[in-house]
Each structure stands twice: as structure tokens, then as C-alpha cells.
Unconditional design. Structure first.
Length: 602
């Protein structure tokens, strides 16, 4: 195995090898020197169209961590071109391949390279890359005003778009679905997750104490690595997202204000223990990261001592490490393998980022979440609801057998004992009964049994309504006098404070107190509009308009009756309040009377 010095010499020597003159600076200095100088590597360096395709990729994907993906795409295209050259020696350059006459041989080469779709993703990717290169070649032909070649490439692109769906993509999709269906995914167990979490917490605690007492590069790296995996484990973030957390994003962290109305509504005791900041997720989404107060202190200590460890001040990442260009950071995929092996887990190979995300999504599937809650979970995970349901939530054999068997039997008229119903099964789980895995089905994963335990039946809990005593009403009238006089709604924080101060209101919640005050204000407003409404008037009894009331309305609304124009509700309300004759009427009744009068006059 080469040491670091030997690798640097190898990369430097590759920079000096011949590279097509049209390669830009990023291709010349960052992409091509790290590609092996073999047959495929020489094609990448020499072929002009492949170089132009690489230039376009570097313009689109500017982040350094995507350079590896660019190299992979260039090698894939060059590998396809090499396979094509073995069949057709008449093609001198890669651009000569883009001819409608060569389409059949292109399909044959894709099949050969992908092993008749043993690697279906490779076949699909080559088709996609050929389309993109065709579009780029069309742009180059337009610039050079080569109309003949332009027409040829357009016809080749038309063939790719029309025929690849039948010749390649349909078979690729079927093979991918078969592979997905036959693939066995073993999710991590709760016990292993707890072991990993405890191991990380212990590492954080020990190294934080060491770093506080005396600086050590070893303790600094151990603390940084343990914090990185602890945040990934708790938040179930993708490895690339969490390892590239920027200092600028971290410094924008927010804590919950305990006096906030939403916090009062949620009634959570632990909300003060966490802070939240946003990082860049997949496709540019903003995804949140939650950090408890202790780990927040540890992260601040890591940032304070990073320059002592040799990390450049220009490095933008929280988990940055010493490096030449100031862009190096810890790699979460390697660290989680290391900690999973050392934590004592029974199945350390299952403790991986994607499997942990699938574990979380599968657990949420057993909780019967509402549509709104499901959307919140998908947003937090950083993907669409459809992706959450189709790719992350794993099929659960126990759930299908326990729930659906009862429904299917009932649909066919098969009567089963009440003890076999899903409700009773859940009740047994709730009371502590354990299920034997072999009694259900031999292939059920042990993780599936954990899911059913989370789905215990929930019965809605009704509390007896407490009537407001006269002492409580008098106290609220005095304390909330300001809100009654100004007809304003009190805040939940005010209601919470009032309950804490007054022992008489200890059985009330901020929400019930606010509702009581709002109902009193509403009654107060209605009594001003119609004083008799709350004094024994029976609802639904029609009161005919007296002659005195009719004359008063005709007198007050002469202009409106003449113009056949209804007055506004505000005008009607004002007239009722100023005229005692109309005190038994509401604005709606007054407008209805005027409207009927208009109809009769017509």
C-alpha cells in the first residue's frame, strides 16, 4: 500500500501527462489527475468530446465532494466508447459515434457492457449520458455552424429518445424491481441502537473532560468523530449532509422560547433541552438538526480548539480536519463503521446511515400517523412523502399477517374467535404478552415484532367537564378586566402566568382559561347588539314586525328604499343600537326585512 508521499508523487505525475487542450482548470488540476492512467483513463484524457462533457459537469457540480461522481461518469462514458471501438474500428473520434446508422451497435454495446442487465443501473446511466452528450454536441455544432453534422446528431438524439425506452429502459426497470423485491434488508435492532448511542455518549463525555483539562489532538479528533455520529444517529440524517455541516449554519441555532404560544400549547417539558439549526439537504432542501445542550457545549469546544489541532481557519465545516486546501472534513460513513464494531452490537453491519433512516421510517409506519404528521416526518427527513413511503418504509410481514388476515377472513365469511382480532392482539401486547416468532411465520424478522408493540390500541380519553365556580368567575373578572374592557384576546403566556399566580385556578389550563375569557367577551358583544337575546327569548320563534317597527325602518332608510340599495351590516348595527324601537332585532333581520320590501315594491 502506498504511503501519503508516494500517492502525492503519483498524482503530480498524472498532472504532467498529456491532456486535451480544451480541458478547463478544474478538469486539469482536480478531476483528471485522480483518474488511473490505463486504457480507459487515456481515452478520458485524449477524447475531446469527453473532455467537453467533463467541463460541463464541473460547471454544474461545483462542490469539491462531487468531483468523485464526475470522475465516475467520465470513466463510464469512456468505458462505453472503448467497448464500441472493439466492434467498429471505423469510428475515429467519439463524436463520430453520434450517427443514426450506429444506433443498433450502440444498443448491443450497452447490453454487453451491462452484462445483459446484471448491472441495470449502468445500462440506464449510459443512455442518460449519451442524451446529455448529444445535447452538448448539438450546442457545439450550432456554435461552429456545421449544419450537416447538426442534423445528423439531432436525428441520433431522436432515436435515443424514442427507442431506448423499448430497447433498454423497460428491461432495466423490470430488473431493478425484481432485485428490490428479492433483496433482504435487515434493519438494526433497538438494542443495538441503544448500545451505539451509549458508547458514543461515553466517548463524548470522556474526551470532553480530557479536552477541557489539557488539549490533545487525539482527544479532539475522538470528540469530533463521536459528536458527528451521535448527531447522525439521533437525527437520522444522511452521512453527507451531517458531515458537511457549515459553521455559518451551526451558529444560527435557535432555542424554543418557553413563553411562546405554540410551546404552551404543546406542553412539552423537554423542549428547553434542545436547540435547532438548519443545514443543506438533498436537492437544496433545508433540513433541521436537533442538538441537546450538552452536545452543544461539546461542539463549541471543538470549534474553539480546531486551529490548535491544525485545521485551517478558512475551513467552512464544523467537522473540518487539517488539510492542504482547507476543505477536508470527517467522513461519517467510515466513522460509523468504526463505532459500530466497538460498541458491542450484535449486528454491527446493520448500523449504517441508510438503514437507520429506514428503521425510523418503518417505526413511524406502525404509529398510525395522520397525514399532517406524516408530511412533517418526511420534511424532517429531507425527502418527499412519496419517497418516504415507497423507498424508506419497509414492508412489515407481522403487520400484514396480524391486521389483514382478520379482514380477509371476515370478507370471506370465516368467523374467528374474538381473541384473534387485531384489537385483542394489541391489547395483549399492551399488557405485556410476548409473541412467539415461530408461531406467526418463520421468515418474520425480529424487528417486525417490535413494530407491533408500538401499535397498541389507543382509546380516546375524556375528562369530566369542570363547571366554573362563582369564585373563579369573580377572580377572572378582576384579573382580566383589561381584556373585557378592550374586547381583546389574552395570550396563552398571560393565561399560564395567571394560573401559576392564583391557586384558585390550579385546575384550569391556559387554553380553557383563554376560551372562557373569549366566550365572555363574545356574550358581551352580543348583549350590546341584542339585549333580549340572552334574556329568555326562545330560539326559533318568529317575531312579526309591528307597525311601529315598520314605520321606523321606512323613516330611517328612505334613501335606500328609493334606490333599492341594501345598507351594510355596520350601518344596520349602528341603527339598532341608536333606536330602542329596533332593539329586539339583529342586523341580519333588518337587512332581510329591507330586502323583502324591495321585492314587494318591484
Amino acid at each position: 500500500m502506498k504511503n501519503k508521499f508516494q500517492r502525492n508523487v503519483t498524482v503530480a505525475s498524472r498532472v504532467k501527462t498529456f491532456i486535451n487542450l480544451k480541458a478547463n482548470s478544474i478538469m486539469r488540476n482536480k478531476i483528471l489527475p485522480h483518474i488511473r492512467v490505463d486504457t480507459i483513463g487515456k481515452l478520458v484524457r485524449n477524447e475531446e468530446l469527453i473532455i467537453l462533457f467533463g467541463n460541463r459537469l464541473t460547471q454544474k457540480y461545483r462542490s469539491p465532494h462531487l468531483y468523485k461522481m464526475i470522475r465516475s461518469r467520465l470513466r463510464c462514458v469512456a468505458n462505453f466508447y472503448w467497448h464500441y471501438q472493439q466492434r467498429n474500428h471505423q469510428v475515429q473520434t467519439f463524436s463520430d459515434l453520434f450517427d443514426p446508422q450506429n444506433y443498433d451497435e450502440v444498443v448491443i454495446c450497452i447490453n454487453k457492457m451491462a452484462g445483459q442487465y446484471k448491472s441495470p443501473t449502468t445500462a440506464a446511466n449510459i443512455g442518460t449520458y449519451l442524451k446529455k452528450i448529444s445535447l452538448h454536441l448539438i450546442s457545439e455544432m450550432i456554435k461552429s455552424k456545421n449544419q450537416i453534422k447538426l442534423q445528423v446528431v439531432r436525428e441520433f438524439l431522436q432515436l435515443l429518445e424514442d427507442s431506448l425506452t423499448y430497447d433498454i429502459y423497460k428491461t432495466v426497470a423490470e430488473n431493478q424491481l425484481d432485485s428490490k423485491r428479492n433483496k433482504t434488508i435487515n434493519l438494526p435492532t433497538i438494542n443495538d441502537i441503544n448500545l451505539l448511542r451509549n458508547h458514543l455518549n461515553e466517548k463524548i463525555k470522556i474526551n470532553y473532560k480530557k479536552l477541557r483539562e489539557k488539549f490533545s489532538v487525539v482527544s479532539w479528533k475522538e470528540l469530533s468523530g463521536a459528536l458527528l455520529i451521535a448527531l447522525q444517529l439521533f437525527n437520522r440524517r444522511r452521512a453527507g449532509e451531517i458531515e458537511r455541516t457549515k459553521i455559518q449554519d451551526f451558529e444560527q441555532y435557535e432555542a424554543v422560547n418557553v413563553n411562546d404560544e405554540m410551546a404552551c400549547d404543546l406542553k412539552c417539558d423537554h423542549i428547553e433541552n434542545y436547540v435547532r439549526f438548519l443545514i443543506r439537504g438533498k436537492r437544496g432542501r433545508d433540513v433541521p438538526v436537533l442538538v441537546d445542550k450538552y452536545k452543544l457545549k461539546c461542539l463549541k469546544l471543538v470549534l474553539e480548539t480546531r486551529e490548535m489541532a491544525g485545521t485551517l481557519s478558512t475551513n467552512p465545516y464544523v467537522f473540518g480536519v487539517p488539510g492542504k486546501d482547507g476543505l477536508q472534513h470527517l467522513v461519517a460513513t467510515k466513522l460509523i463503521v468504526h463505532y459500530a464494531k466497538n460498541c458491542g452490537a450484535e449486528y454491527p453491519q446493520r448500523l449504517r446511515g441508510t438503514l437507520l433512516r429506514k428503521h425510523f421510517a418503518t417505526k413511524c409506519g406502525t404509529m398510525n400517523l395522520k397525514e399532517v404528521d406524516l408530511k412533517d416526518v418526511a420534511d424532517y427527513m429531507g425527502h418527499h412523502e412519496k419517497i418516504h413511503l415507497e423507498h424508506y418504509r419497509m414492508p412489515n410481514a407481522t403487520r400484514d399477517i396480524v391486521r389483514m388476515s382478520r379482514i380477509l377472513e371476515k370478507a370471506q365469511g370465516i368467523e374467528t374467535s374474538p381473541s384473534c382480532s387485531p384489537l385483542n392482539i394489541c391489547n395483549k401486547e399492551k399488557s405485556g404478552a410476548e409473541w412467539n416468532e415461530d408461531s406467526i411465520v418463520s421468515k418474520v424478522n425480529a424487528n417486525d415484532l417490535e413494530d407491533t408493540q408500538l401499535n397498541s390500541s389507543r382509546k380516546r380519553c375524556y375528562k369530566k367537564r369542570l363547571t366554573w365556580s362563582q369564585e373563579e368567575k369573580t377572580l377572572v373578572d378582576v384579573k382580566a378586566k383589561f381584556y373585557f374592557e378592550n374586547c381583546e384576546s389574552p395570550t396563552l403566556s398571560y393565561c399560564k402566568t395567571l394560573i401559576k399566580e392564583e391557586i384558585l385556578l390550579k385546575n384550569r389550563t391556559p387554553i380553557t382559561l383563554k376560551a372562557y375569557i373569549m366566550n365572555r367577551i363574545k356574550q358581551q358583544k352580543m348583549s350590546l347588539i341584542n339585549p333580549t337575546k340572552h334574556k329568555g327569548c326562545k330560539r326559533g320563534v318568529k317575531r312579526f314586525w309591528s307597525e311601529e317597527e315598520k314605520n321606523e325602518v321606512n323613516k330611517l332608510f328612505q334613501k335606500e328604499l328609493k334606490d333599492n340599495k341594501l345598507p351594510s351590516m355596520a350601518v344596520c348595527r349602528k341603527v339598532i343600537m341608536e333606536n330602542s324601537i329596533l332593539s329586539n332585532r339583529t342586523p341580519e333581520m333588518l337587512r332581510a326585512f329591507l330586502n323583502n320590501t324591495f321585492k314587494r315594491n318591484k
